[in-house]
Design a binder for this molecule. Structure first.
Ligand SMILES: NC(=O)c1ccc[n+]([C@@H]2O[C@H](COP(=O)([O-])OP(=O)(O)OC[C@H]3O[C@@H](n4cnc5c(N)ncnc54)[C@H](O)[C@@H]3O)[C@@H](O)[C@H]2O)c1
Length: 257
C-alpha cells in the first residue's frame, strides 16, 4: 500500500518504537493519529512529528467502548483508516514462584494480558472494521495492520512468563486474523523485536546493556527504533507480506536469564 496521504493509527506512539514508527509514516506522507495513555508525551510527540493534521488521543487500548468511539471519531473527521500499528505495551518481571515461595500475583498476570494482548486485539478489531469501509486501492487492498510482539514470544527469559504469554498470543492470532480479513483485503503482520534502544533500555546500567549486546551475533548493538519504523514502512508497502511474524533482532536468541 502506498503510504502517501493515508491515515494511520499508531498505539503507544508517544514513546519508543511507536514514536519512531509514527515519524517514518509521517515522513512517507501519512497522517498519524497516536493512541496513548501518556498525555504530555503524546502531545509532545505530535508537535514534533511535523505533520499538521496528525493528532493525539488519550486512550487505554484495553478499553473496548473508548477505542470503538475513537475510531468513530476518526472516521467522522478523517473519513478513513488505512494503517494501524499496535505498539502500546507494558512489561513486568515476575517468576511463576518467587524467592519466598509465593505464587505469581494473578492480578499482575491479568493486567499484562489485558494491556498487551487484549489491547492489541481491541484496537485491531476496530481498525479492521473501519478499514473494511474503504474502497479497495489499485492492488485491491483496504488496509494493513501491524502488531508488535517480541522475541520473548519464542525465547522468553526467567521472569517473563506473563509478558511472553501476551506476545505469544499476538503471534498466534496473526495468521487467523489475516485469514479472517482476507475477504476484505486487509493484511495483518507482526514484528517481533529483539532488544531495542528505547528509553527504558537506555536507562539500564551500562554493564546490563553490555551483557545483552554480547549475546547478539551481528550487528553487536541494540536495535534502533528507526529500524523498527523502517520495517513498519516496508510491511505497509509490500502487498505480498501477510499473516507473518518477522523477528527484528540481529540474530539473537535469548538465554534463560
Ligand atoms: N524496546 C524493546 O526492546 C522491545 C522489545 C520487544 C518488544 N517490544 C514491544 O514494543 C512495544 C513498544 O515498546 P517500547 O520499548 O517502545 O515501550 P515504551 O514504554 O517506550 O512505549 C510504550 C508506550 O505505550 C503506552 N501505553 C502503555 N500502556 C498503554 C495502554 N494501556 N493504552 C495506551 N497506551 C499505553 C505508554 O504510555 C508508552 O508511550 C511494546 O509492546 C513492547 O512490548 C519492545
Amino acid at each position: 500500500m502506498n503510504i502517501n496521504k493515508k491515515i494511520a493509527v499508531v498505539t503507544g506512539g508517544a514513546s519508543g518504537l511507536g514514536r519512531a514508527a509514527s515519524q517514518l509514516l509521517v515522513d512517507a506522507g501519512a497522517t498519524v493519529i497516536i493512541f496513548d495513555m501518556n498525555e504530555s508525551a503524546g502531545e509532545q510527540a505530535v508537535a514534533e512529528l511535523g505533520a499538521g493534521s496528525s493528532r493525539y488521543m488519550q486512550l487505554d487500548v484495553s478499553n473496548g467502548p473508548d477505542v470503538e468511539s475513537a475510531f468513530e471519531n476518526i472516521l467522522e473527521e478523517f473519513g478513513r483508516v488505512d494503517v494501524c500499528v499496535n505498539c502500546a505495551g507494558i512489561g513486568i518481571a515476575a517468576k511463576t514462584v518467587d524467592r519466598e515461595g509465593q505464587p505469581h500475583d494473578l492480578d499482575l498476570y491479568r493486567k499484562v494480558i489485558e494491556v498487551n494482548l487484549i489491547g492489541t486485539f481491541n484496537v485491531a478489531r476496530c481498525a479492521a472494521a473501519a478499514m473494511a469501509k474503504n474502497e479497495p486501492d489499485e492492488k485491491t487492498e483496504r488496509g494493513v495492520i501491524i502488531n508488535t510482539a517480541s522475541i520473548a514470544a519464542f525465547d522468553g527469559q526467567m521472569g517473563q512468563v506473563a509478558y511472553s504469554a501476551t506476545k505469544g498470543g499476538i503471534v498466534g492470532m496473526t495468521l487467523p486474523m489475516a485469514r479472517d480479513l482476507a475477504k476484505q483485503g486487509i493484511r495483518i503482520n507482526t514484528i517481533a523485536p529483539g532488544v531495542m534502544a528505547t528509553p527504558l533500555m537506555l536507562a539500564a546500567p551500562e554493564h546490563v546493556q553490555d551483557g545483552i549486546v554480547a549475546n547478539i551475533p551481528f550487528p553487536k548493538r541494540l536495535g534502533e527504533p528507526s529500524e523498527f519504523g523502517q520495517l513498519v514502512v516496508h510491511i505497509t508497502e509490500n502487498s505480498y507480506l501477510n499473516g507473518e511474524t518477522i523477528r527484528l533482532d540481529g540474530g539473537v536468541r535469548m538465554q534463560p536469564r
